[in-house]
Design a protein around this ligand. Structure first.
Ligand SMILES: [Fe+2]
Length: 228
């Protein structure tokens, strides 16, 4: 939920707002802006990865997130080539649904916390905030998670995950860095502070510091994958 004049994003969860029925129609939304289609696909991948290293994860959320990631990475090149293709959209919608179920059970992490801050403070659309920062946040987690956790994440990603994400984003002209998305470097401090206090940051299996959030944001601004 996004505030009106107060520029904040708050997430909340309650069974009362969980859908009782979801209809996946690959023909609906075929005229959707290709940038929005790919940004949404990358948002779904962000749901899958956040669910993998969440402290609230379970065998159920793991299984659902794993299948979501496998399906979305498989279809991503075809979707980027033809965002209106019904077969590609069918797989992407299924992967998106699974990603949503995964975070419904495991909740999101610092990646979403940063995306929320970008939406609230910089007016970046939700999907684009994910698309620009995802290579950095995945790279940072692979480098910083405890070894067994990093291996769990790596096992659920294709070897060329970074290239796959960047190629899909480039195919529809999504910016490769926060700098190229128009974010002022001077805004990174306030963004880091906001993301640090976002509920998602505390959901991770490891403790995330203010400096960690600042590092991720600085690398996302430059467009680095944050392999450190
Ligand atoms: Fe999301």
């Amino acid at each position: 939920m996004r505030g009106g004049t107060e520029r904040f994003t708050r997430s909340f969860r309650d069974d009362a707002v969980a859908p009782s029925l979801v209809v996946l129609d690959p023909l609906a939304g075929r005229e959707q802006d290709p940038r929005s289609t790919i940004a949404s696909a990358l948002n779904a991948i962000a749901h899958g990865v956040d669910a993998i290293y969440s402290r609230h994860r379970s065998p159920f959320s793991d299984a659902v997130a794993t299948e979501s990631l496998r399906t979305m990475f498989r279809v991503l090149p075809a979707l980027a080539r033809a965002p209106d293709d019904p077969l590609a959209r069918t797989d992407a919608q299924w992967a998106s649904l699974l990603g949503g179920i995964a975070i419904r059970h495991a909740y999101v992490g610092v990646h979403h916390a940063i995306a929320h801050a970008l939406v609230s403070h910089a007016g970046v659309p939700h999907g684009i905030a994910h698309a620009v920062t995802l290579p950095t946040t995945i790279g940072w987690h692979l480098a910083r998670l405890p070894a067994t956790e990093s291996t769990r994440l790596a096992d659920r990603l294709p070897v060329d995950w970074e290239q796959a994400l960047r190629a899909a984003a480039a195919a529809v002209n999504l910016p490769p860095s926060l700098r190229e998305a128009g974010i002022d470097h001077n805004a990174l401090g306030a963004l880091a502070e906001d993301a640090f206090h976002d509920r998602g940051t505390g959901n991770e299996i490891m403790t995330i510091s203010r400096e960690d959030v600042s590092t991720i944001l600085a690398d996302a601004w430059s467009g680095h994958a944050s392999h450190r």
